[in-house]
Write a protein that binds this ligand. Sequence first.
Ligand code: MRU
Length: 369
Amino acid sequence: MTLKDYDTVWLDREIREVKYIDQSKLPGELVIKSVQNLDDIRNAIVDLEVRGAPAIGVFAALSMYVLSVRIGGDSMADFVKEYVRCSDYLQSARPTAVNLSWALSIMRAELERFTLHRFEAYLLDPNLSDIELDDELRGYIGNVLLKKAIEIYENDIDVCRSLGKNGVSIINAGDRILTYCNAGRLAAVRYGTATAPIYLADESGLNISVYCAETRPLLQGARLTAYELSESGIKTTLICDNMVASLMSQGMIDKVIVGCDRVAANGDVANKIGTNGLAVIAKHYNIPFYVCAPMSSIDLSVKTGAEIVIEQRKDIEVTDMWYKTRMAPQGINVYNPAFDVTNHELITAIITENGVVRQGDGFLVAATK
Ligand code: MRU
């Protein structure tokens, strides 16, 4: 079995567990894991075994179903209280990608829709404590949450396919494309965001080639993008992050296509740390810079990128990981933000499943119509 034989995350309906490719083991080993309890689920996100904005969202939705069927208690109120606790705990796993809270809030709203319809009660209504949670009621709730979680999972596949179709319109024959981090199939369920147009362009015989920048400190470009693109037979070249300006100055890059973790209402984009630098360099060399964003990554509640919370991660990702011995003096201060914000003025267009929104089109106002 190879990567292509699996989705990145999926539900095993029989045992009611969430399965996923453990991305922390790639590219060395293709390991499939299965989870069903809250700590294991949250740790899978925190430890980047499941990573990439859309994949985290789908994983969270499937997980809430899996957790819900294991919640004990005798009353509807006990069930809801525990459901909300699990959901809030998962939400705290990673702050920057909006897809996590997006998926959790859809699942929560679905549960609330059920309680409103059946008991005319909002989720935390104390009257729910008078309602006994028998097997029949458990069955109904399970079905409601299962249906919604599967909808989110299937929606991701459809969205990435549509995004790919829209994105292929900006690719020309022979293009040499730079991508960054991993916004590929491993970051979503099946096709990826930034890689969806790349896969389609390749299938259409456009003879494209891709440069992956390795993406310090966690090397998602080297470990994941270089792996999945080369496995697909796409002409792929790996470069260090600090080589980008050199390649651009020599006319070796025709366009940049990246993914995103959250898009603000003005079109500013939070993405993997280093993205902003790429965009600045691309602007200098007059190279178009595209961001692929499913609508679920667009957060109109934040006006500009300045409001987006940037996740800070552990020092050892910079000082120790991937090295045989530590590569920095003991006790050195480390600053390790996992994401940065690229100003909308540096972005040529945002590609969504609904269309390509170019700079000057009024950005997301157009995309959200
Ligand atoms: O920290 P990660 O690996 O979860 O980072 C997310 C990303 O992979 C990127 O920022 C990516 O480009 C967006 S996910 C489609």
